[in-house]
Design a protein around this ligand. Structure first.
Ligand SMILES: NC(=O)c1ccc[n+]([C@@H]2O[C@H](COP(=O)([O-])OP(=O)(O)OC[C@H]3O[C@@H](n4cnc5c(N)ncnc54)[C@H](OP(=O)(O)O)[C@@H]3O)[C@@H](O)[C@H]2O)c1
Length: 247
């Protein structure tokens, strides 16, 4: 059955693992063409075999303007672009007064995400839908992640006004804030396995269904926000966190 994603073009960054990989897979299942970007091919290798006519990959780093320029060129050739998910992100534990940690994480989570949309701006379809990725931590605390949280909160604030600025140009922008999701990002924090286990146990206690979210559960909401079903939703942040922030 044809649906609104069929044969339309989506650009997804950070598509090699976790939430970005799940978004890419769901879009491909719906018949979309996906232009994916990440530094490593990761899980995209397997998807490329299954969906060779629908999936294109640009190897690149969203903090490098020359890589984003290549993404823009490829998008122009395949376009116009109907959907954009600037999902690539990093999380690093750091001292709360280590301001350089903010700069490092903003370079990917904030500037990288905004520059991704900037490089695609002139290749968007007459109406396009964009979903940025925030975090469930934006309104709570998590010692060691102050700079990460700040980088995401700044992006979320930026995007709210951007949604108003770009709406008259047919571009609908929202944010999805994933809760604790079982992806490789947790193992990049630099915690020892036992410490990571302790963090996971205490996080699980706050989740209403008792376990980290599956990437597909976040991807489901991202696809809905991209879709016509959410056509009247502008500049919102939808938290998908199994109730973590309720208690
Ligand atoms: N998992 C959670 O609990 C959680 C919670 C809240 C928000 N989030 C957000 O969700 C998004 C996806 O994260 P995830 O949990 O799915 O983690 P993940 O599995 O580690 O995925 C991160 C993705 O970003 C890519 N990436 C990182 N730096 C990049 C760069 N400079 N240029 C291009 N690609 C880059 C990685 O691919 P390469 O290494 O191949 O480049 C990977 O595909 C992030 O924005 C994250 O902050 C996650």
């Amino acid at each position: 059955m044809l649906n609104e994603f069929h044969n339309r073009l989506a650009v997804v960054t950070g598509a090699s693992s976790g939430i970005g990989l799940a978004v890419t897979e769901q879009l491909l299942e719906q018949g979309a063409r996906v232009l994916a970007m990440s530094r490593q091919i990761g899980g995209l290798g397997e998807l490329a075999e299954r969906y060779k006519d629908q999936l294109a990959w640009v190897a690149g780093d969203i903090t490098r303007q020359e890589d984003l320029a290549r993404l823009g060129t490829r998008a122009e050739a395949l376009g116009p672009v109907d959907f954009v998910v600037p999902n690539a992100g990093i999380a690093q534990l750091a001292d709360g007064l280590d301001v350089a940690a903010f700069d490092r994480q903003w370079a990917v989570n904030g500037a990288g995400a905004l520059n991704t949309l900037a490089c695609l701006r002139s290749h968007l379809a007459a109406t396009a839908s964009v979903v940025f990725i925030g975090t469930f931590l934006a309104n709570v605390t998590f010692p060691g992640l102050a700079a990460y949280i700040a980088s995401k909160a700044a992006l979320m604030a930026h995007v709210r006004t951007l949604a108003v600025e770009l709406a008259p140009h047919g571009i609908r922008i929202n944010t999805v804030s994933p809760g604790p999701t079982a992806t490789p990002i947790w193992s990049t924090l630099g915690l020892k396995p036992a410490e990571l286990g302790d963090v996971a146990n205490s996080v699980n206690q706050r989740l209403l269904d008792g376990e980290f979210l599956k990437p597909g559960a976040v991807a489901d909401v991202i696809l809905f926000q991209l879709s016509r079903g959410a056509r009247s939703v502008y500049g919102q942040d939808w938290v998908v966190d199994s109730g973590y922030t309720l208690r």
